[in-house]
Each structure stands twice: as C-alpha cells, then as structure tokens.
Design a binder for this molecule. Structure first.
Ligand code: K7E
Ligand code: CUA
Length: 672
C-alpha cells in the first residue's frame, strides 16, 4: 500500500472535519424532532446499519437525513414560502420574470438534453426547457422499439463488446471543437462492464462500443477539451493487472487504470496505473490536464478501509507528458495495451515534471468539474461539507500539489456535483441537505478556507440530488439560463406506482441573480423519470444537424441497398439462402418466399421510402426477428428457419392505412 503524506494542511482539514461533525449532529437533532411527527413507514426499523464512515454518520442516518429534509421541503412549500421552495409544479405565468418553460404544441425546444440512462443502459434525449422526452438511444441494452441489437450490425457490435445484455451508463460527454460542442458525437461510459460507447449524432445511433481492456468498471468518462483528441475513461474498481486469477488474495497488488481512447478508431491508445483509485474525470480547456477525483487512496477493499483517512486525492494527469512517455517506450504492455506507471512511487513521477500529480483533498471527494473559463477544477467533498478549488494553471508551476488548492468554501452537507452559468457562479448539489447551493467562485477563492462567505443562496430540491447540470456548462459557452437537478428520490412527489419509485428531475431557472434566499434560483417543474439517469449534458439545438432520413452512401460497401427490382431469394448452398427485400408503404418486395427447414436465412431489407418519418418494421413471429428501418436504411439479419410451417412477416411501425396488410409470408418446407 502506498503511504501518502497527510501532513500538509492537516490543521485546516481537521477543523473542517470537526465542524462537519458538529453540523451533522445538530442537523440530526432537528431531523429527529421532525421525524417524530412525520414518520414514514418504518424508516427506523431498517437493519442495514453500515459501519461508521468516519463522520459519525451511518448509512441509516444518511438516508433518514434525506427523507426528513424532503419532508422539510414539502412543508416549506405548503407554508407558502413561495413556489421556489417546492410544492407543486406551477403554471409558468406565476413565475413573473422567469421565461416560459412550457413549449406550446407544435413548437420546438431551444436545447437538446442528453441524459445517461443509468442501468437502463441507454441514453435519453430531452427537450429543454419543456423536459419532454424526445427519444431514447439504446446503447448498452438490446432494445425492441428501435430493433437495436436485433439486426446483424448492432447485434455483432454488442457481441464484440463483451456480449453483455445491459450496461450502466453514467457520464455522457459531447465532442468539442475549440471548446464548443460540435454536434458530432456523444460518448458515454458503462460502469458495470468497463466500456465506452460512441453515439453518432447524425443518426442518433450508437456506432461503436469499446470493451476497455484491463479494467473492470469505467466510471469517469469525458472527452478531451478543446478538440476531442482523446476520450478518457477512469477505471474505478481496483483489480489485479491483468485480472486473470493472479494476486487475488493480495489487494496491495490491485490497481486502477486511467485510459486514453482514440475517438475515431475507438481503440485504447494507452493506460496509466495509479495509486489509490479513480472516480470521476474532467478535462481542462487547453488539452493538457485531466483531473480525476478518487475516494480510495487508502487502497482499501472494505468500506471501513476506504473511508479511513481524512484525505484522498485528486489526480492530475499531464496528458502530453504521458503521450511522450508512451512514444519513448516507457511502459509495460498488458493485453496489447501500453501501461504507464503513474503510481506515487514511479520514477516517472519524480522530478519536476511528474506524469501524475496527487493533490490531497478532504475525505472521499466525489467529483471534479472544470469551470467554463478553464481556470479551476472544482472538487466536491461528499463526506466533507466543502468543495476544493484547484487552480489549473498552478498544476504546471506550483511544486507543492497541496498549494494548487486555492479555495475551499464550506457549502453544505454532501456536496456531489457542480455546474456553472456564464456569470462566474457555481451551483453545487448537496445530497444530504437535499439542496442546490449557488455560490460565487472568485469570492470563494478570496475568502478563507472553510468559510461560507461565497454562498449566494440555497434552494430545496426533491429529494437528494446527484448530478446537476446547466445548459452547455461543460463547454466554454454556458448559457446561464436553465439548470436541471437529477434527484435520486421522488418519495411523495407523484402518484404512487409501486415500490420502485421514479426519480425526479427538476428544472430550475438560473437566469436571474437576486439578493434573496435562493440567490434568484427558481424551481419551475418536476419530472418523473424512469430509473436511473445519472448525469445530463445540454446543447443548443442549432449545434446539431440530425439526418431526417438515411443517406445510403453512409453504409455503402457494408450493406447492399435492396430496391424493388433486386428483391428476391437465392440459394447459396444446401443450407443457406439469401433473401433480399425492399419495404415501402404498404408492401414488402417479396409477397412470399420459401426456404427449407434448418436453412440459415440471410435477410437484407431496405426501406426505399424517401419521406421522413415513414418507418417500416420487419417482425417474424417465433423467430425473435424485429427490425426497424428508417427511410433509405438497410439492415441485415441472419437466422435459422428451424421449424416447418407458415410464418407471417409483418410491419411493426404504423406506416399507413394499410399497415396491417403490409405482410409477407415465409414458408418453411420440411426437409425430406
Ligand atoms: Cu455522481 Cu456515477 Cu456521476 Cu451518479 S456519479 S451521482
Ligand atoms: Cu410499414 Cu407498417
């Protein structure tokens, strides 16, 4: 195990931790009083008393705090403290100087939002500010509505990427040119299986998935600003390297790896092994530093060990320096990937230009987000009520890593994520307090560590927020108008739908800076969401240019375009037939075709329509075949016709008045 220096800034830190403890116990006392009145079903009888996390806060208390703060929020709302304090979603007219978030029928939203879908494995596309769900993009999940994973192309892509049937998508990142979203690609991680996927934003379709070698779980994932030269992926869980049965009983040999991926080829270029672990990542705006939070510098395998120390670290990767080391051959190769040693003891980290800088930060930080001007990386404390402000310029000049932290305001309990407007403000989600806090970044740098001077206002959210994201806040051009809070719990906010509740995404207007309790933040709407988005990223609609129909040139050489004329069936050998079929309103290019029992059928179908929005499906009962074809798209599917009989192929998308009649007949003759 690496023993890292904890002497720097110890004093400030111990103080921070103590005051956190005091704060928490006061908070607990208030909550207990409240809970006595409004006890939910047996919150206290939960038996999962997890170990003390070092702040005098067990898991049970953690959850209870959230629950009660939630109650506080609703009570405040009902007591008429104004709609900004919660209560119900109100008609926009009552918000005065808040622009309309209601988008009238037939009109379009101003922004696209891309939501990670959590363990649904997908990405969801939202309209902002209406918060209407526009579509879903299946990524790590096989999905029937769009036929994703059913045709040979997407099926093989999923198979080659590990053949898992699900994923856990957390962090969507949009490609950039000059620090601005360029509308080309969206990248997203799979925490569950250590993968990174690319979504092509011309077709809103996943076009590549990489199963990252040597890592088990990819959590942090982002592109390199400003020009998307790399995609970065953080291996969260420490494992033996390679994880092939060696060192299983020796956790000191486990490692976490930071990976750099080529965004075009989607291959791993190199990896860096580190001391401790890696969690969430963000890039600076100049293509030099990649900052990563990490919560297990203890290199523990159990929760008590992982939370033992008062400090963990943020790791700052000097990307050009690492690339140079790789080019100079300073690596070992593991499973075909160059792995550079970036641990604390590594010789590459000695001297004036270490590849990886370890910046001590308070206890189990959760996240790091770089400010739009590229000046600071803001690290949320999670188990500390502070956020730490890292001066990015100092990373290259300041010899003492602890001194790159130039501010450490105390913001509230359970800070998780921070987002930004265009006016120098940070907005941080407070998981335990169930609030969003707005604060002045420069003021926080000027004021003493641990002070609350920079806070401009707080607003209750419902309940227990995780990620928080304002429009274009991860780029150099935040718009500073709308912000969404992705709340983990909805509790009483919606009609009950059984024990698995929806999450609650809330929309907050941040365009008015006001000298009031919330600093001008106004909560405008609630939106139930299917479990469980983690993060979102939003972009102005004009930055995207999605195709309305397919351009057959885009798959030329891969799939053959099937017109009505070249529809037909051809026997390739005794057990293989090729079936080519066009589709249009309201007929397939073949009214029927005959194959033999046991034949492998290689079917190619083109939707020959050119009118946007006319989709045709190809469903074959009892064969698990389900394709969806947009105009000018071609898909292939290979299957075995196992059982003799008649099978009605039909169209699944309601395409015309004769949609029900849009059918073909597959006859499977018994083999004699
Ligand atoms: Cu904070 Cu996976 Cu981004 Cu969830 S992580 S909250
Ligand atoms: Cu084609 Cu329904």
């Amino acid at each position: 195990m690496s023993s890292h220096d904890t002497s720097e800034g110890e004093e400030t830190d111990t103080k921070t931790e103590r005051s956190a403890e005091t704060l928490l116990s006061e908070h607990e006392a208030q909550l207990n009083a409240l809970i006595a009145d409004v006890q939910g079903p047996d919150a206290d009888s939960v038996e999962t008393q997890l170990p003390n996390l070092g702040l005098g806060l067990g898991r049970r208390d953690f959850m209870k705090a959230g629950a009660a703060v939630g109650v506080l929020g609703s009570v405040a709302g009902c007591a008429g403290q104004g709609d900004s304090q919660g209560g119900t979603a109100t008609p926009s007219s009552s918000h005065g100087d808040v622009p309309d978030h209601f988008v009238p029928p037939g009109e379009h939203d101003k922004y696209y939002g891309f939501w990670s879908g959590g363990h649904s494995g997908e990405v969801r596309v939202m309209g902002i500010p209406s918060m209407r769900e526009l579509t879903r993009i299946p990524v790590f999940n096989r999905e029937c509505a769009k036929g994703y994973g059913f045709d040979d192309g997407t099926g093989e892509m999923l198979k080659d990427a590990g053949d898992y049937t699900w994923g856990d998508s957390h962090h969507p990142s949009l490609s950039e040119t000059d620090g601005k979203y360029d509308g080309e690609y969206l990248f997203v991680n799979d925490k569950a299986n250590g993968r990174v996927a690319r979504v092509n934003l011309k077709y809103f379709e996943t076009d590549a998935i990489l199963d990252v070698p040597n890592v088990q779980s990819v959590h942090g994932c982002c592109i390199q600003s400003p020009n998307t030269e790399y995609v970065f992926a953080n291996g969260e869980f420490r494992t033996p390297l390679p994880n092939d049965g060696r060192d299983v009983d020796d956790p000191s040999k486990y490692v976490s790896l930071f990976s750099a991926i080529d965004p075009e080829s989607m291959d791993v270029l190199w990896q860096v092994k580190v001391s401790g672990n890696l969690d969430i990542a963000d890039s600076d705006k100049d293509g030099r530093w990649l900052l990563s939070s990490s919560y297990n510098d203890e290199e523990g395998v159990e929760i008590e060990e992982m939370t033992r120390d008062d400090r963990d670290s943020v790791k700052a990767f000097d990307v050009p320096a690492i690339q140079k080391a790789v080019d100079a051959g300073k690596y070992e190769e593991v499973n075909g990937v160059p792995v550079v040693d970036g641990t604390r003891e590594s010789s590459l980290n000695k001297g004036d230009n270490p590849l990886v800088r370890y910046i001590p930060t308070p206890k189990s930080p959760h996240c790091v987000e770089v400010t739009p001007d590229g000046k600071y990386g803001i690290v949320a404390g999670k188990l500390s009520p502070t956020v730490s402000i890292i001066d990015i310029e100092k990373l290259g000049t300041e010899p003492d890593p602890a001194k790159t932290i130039v501010g450490q305001p105390k913001l509230g309990l359970g800070p998780l994520h921070t987002t930004y407007d265009d006016r120098g403000h940070g907005y941080t989600s407070l998981f335990i307090d169930s609030q969003v806090v707005k604060w002045d970044i420069e003021k926080a740098v000027e004021s003493p560590k641990g002070s609350e001077e920079a806070i401009l206002g707080k607003i209750d959210v419902h309940y227990n927020p995780g990620h928080i994201q304002a429009v274009q806040a991860m780029s150099v051009e935040p718009t500073g108008d709308w912000l969404v809070v992705l709340n983990k719990l909805s509790k009483d906010r919606f009609l009950p739908v059984g024990p698995i509740h929806p999450d609650n995404d809330q929309l907050i207007y941040i365009g008015n800076d006001k000298d009031n309790e919330t600093g001008g933040m106004e909560l405008v709407s609630d939106h139930p969401v299917y479990p469980e988005p983690h993060d979102a990223i939003m972009v102005h609609k004009d930055k995207l240019d999605p195709a309305k129909i397919w351009d057959a040139k885009d798959y030329e050489g891969e799939r053959e375009y099937i017109s009505e004329k070249n529809s037909g069936i051809e026997r390739l050998d005794d057990s293989t037939v090729e079936v080519n079929m066009s589709s249009k309103r309201s007929e397939f290019g073949l009214r029927e075709f005959t194959v033999k029992e046991g034949d492998e059928v290689q079917m190619t179908v083109t939707n020959i329509e050119k009118s946007p929005d006319i989709i045709h499906g190809v469903a074959i009962p009892e064969h698990d075949i389900n394709l969806a074809l947009a105009p000018q798209d071609t898909r292939e599917v290979t299957f075995t016709a196992d059982d003799p009989g008649v099978y009605w192929i039909y169209c699944t998308y309601f395409c015309s008045a004769l949609h029900l009649e849009m059918r073909s007949r597959m006859i499977v003759e018994p083999r004699d």
